[in-house]
Design a binder for this molecule. Structure first.
Ligand code: HEM
Length: 436
């Protein structure tokens, strides 16, 4: 069998140049991909992984050969943090947890979340005043956290926002790329307090809810937290699911919202198109599912944003047995990564891939692409459980903000930065004016 093309010193040189030119490390990954093709090995000191790019590779990893891959890696910071959370479990355990949580994300439940999403957005934007300079990356995180905690766990997180803000950011940093990827045993001082604070909060929340469920009419409590408690799960296991959803369910939406607003504010014609669509929708009452469905152009904008800057830009697995893909051998134990970012920029499927062009998603037959050429939410049985939730949420939040405010981008050059998600760095600074 042929050897998998592997990065050499010359590849590394080209990658470094691309990194410097583009100002972000994903430029380096693009240079390696361009040189080595859709299957390549990146043998970094301490980190040896095979990258797979493109629809065929995504289909292989996410569906066809999915049972031959596992997610869980004991020394991975994500596993250390989430312990036995849905995201880091495999096989039957994953299947059982997924089955338990899926109803909270069902289409019928989403309609009931719209009012909360709208109210929580307004709660944050009520604090915006004419002339204020705000960072949309910060503001979108506040909105996403309030929405997540209220919709899924029936918890008003307003009081905790400030108290836990630093702990949440530290928790995200704990699972972001860093030297610990290449040196898993490296000491990680400076996180203990934040992680303990998160745990204290989550265990307190579980205990309070257990108490109120014991004294109230439990039939009324149909939020996910109450249902996990009712299922007989231990506090530890519930903590793992809560933290999984708290992090996976808000950090991604934060990035998606901040990138969408950034791209709209820097593409006036597209912003005008969105505003024209929203003009047909009343802004003084609660939004309905039907109105959310009508936001077709905004839908294209969101899809195109997630193509260019997929909040999760990479998925990682471990080969559980010897595998072969396109004639290459992948031995058991190998780390295999599917690159959403590179797949979304393949020239054969996306003309001028760097361009922000929502029209790519307008449903014309000419715009059809092979399955798995667009995978912002992954695919197969491990796809994003919150995909539909996130799409409704993004439309509600953006519609509310764009209906009520004019925002003027007032920041410096924005570049993608790899944290737990792909964030606009150094943030999205804007000046606010309320529309009359
Ligand atoms: C724009 C927003 C979002 C994006 C782009 C996104 C992306 C993804 C992707 C790509 C995966 C699969 C990763 C893999 O294959 O390894 C995933 C999984 C997951 N996502 Fe999301 N996500 C988003 C929002 C959400 C929300 C709102 C929630 C919950 C409220 C959520 C919860 C999860 C969970 C729990 C998993 C693991 C599912 C499993 O392993 O069964 N995500 N997400």
């Amino acid at each position: 069998m042929p050897a998998i093309p592997s990065a050499t010193l010359s590849t590394a040189w080209h990658a470094l140049n691309a990194w410097q030119r583009g100002g972000h490390i994903l430029g380096a990954l693009e240079a390696v991909h361009e040189e080595l093709g859709d299957v390549f090995r990146l043998p970094l000191p301490g980190f040896d992984g095979i990258f797979l790019v493109g629809p065929e590779a995504n289909k292989f990893l996410l569906t066809e050969a999915r049972d031959h891959f596992r997610w869980r890696a004991e020394d991975d910071p994500v596993t250390r943090l989430l312990k036995h959370g849905l995201l880091v479990e495999d096989g039957e355990t994953h299947h059982a947890l997924r089955g338990m949580m899926t109803p909270a994300f069902h289409k019928n439940r989403l309609a009931g979340y719209i009012e909360i999403m709208q109210r929580r957005t307004d709660q944050v934007t009520d604090g915006w005043h004419d002339g204020d300079h705000i960072d949309l990356l910060v503001e979108m995180r506040r909105i996403a956290l309030l929405i997540l905690m209220d919709t899924l766990f029936a918890e008003d997180f307003s009081q905790q926002l400030a108290a836990l803000w630093h702990a949440i950011l530290r928790t995200i940093r704990y699972i972001s790329p860093g030297p610990w990827l290449v040196w898993p045993g490296i000491p990680r001082p400076g996180y203990r307090r934040a992680l303990r604070q998160m745990d204290e909060y989550l265990y307190r929340l579980i205990s309070h809810r257990r108490g109120s469920l014991a004294t109230e009419n439990t039939n009324m409590a149909d939020d996910l937290l109450s249902q996990l408690i009712a299922s007989g799960m231990s506090d530890d296991l519930i903590r793992d699911q809560l933290l999984t959803l708290l992090i996976a369910g808000h950090d991604t939406s934060t990035a998606q919202l901040a990138w969408s607003l950034y791209l709209l504010l820097t593409h006036k014609d597209i912003l005008a198109g969105v505003r024209a669509e929203l003009a047909g929708i009343e802004d003084d009452g609660p939004l309905t599912s039907a109105q959310i469905k009508q936001m077709e152009y905004l839908d294209c904008v969101l899809k195109e944003t997630a193509r260019l800057y997929p909040p999760i830009h990479l998925g990682s697995r471990i080969a559980a047995s010897d595998l072969s893909f396109r004639g290459y051998r992948i031995p058991a134990g190998t780390r295999v990564l599917y690159s959403i970012y590179l797949t979304h920029r393949q020239k054969q499927y996306w003309s001028q891939p760097e361009r922000f062009d929502p029209e790519r998603f307008n449903g014309e037959p000419a715009n059809r692409r092979p399955a798995y050429a667009y995978v912002p939410f992954g695919g197969g049985p491990r796809n994003c459980i919150g995909a539909a939730f996130a799409q409704v949420e993004a439309k509600v939040v953006l519609a509310r903000i764009l209906q009520q405010f004019d925002l003027h981008f007032a920041g410096r050059t924005v570049r993608p930065r790899m944290r737990a998600t792909l964030e606009p760095s150094p943030g999205v600074l804007v000046k606010v004016r309320r529309r009359s």
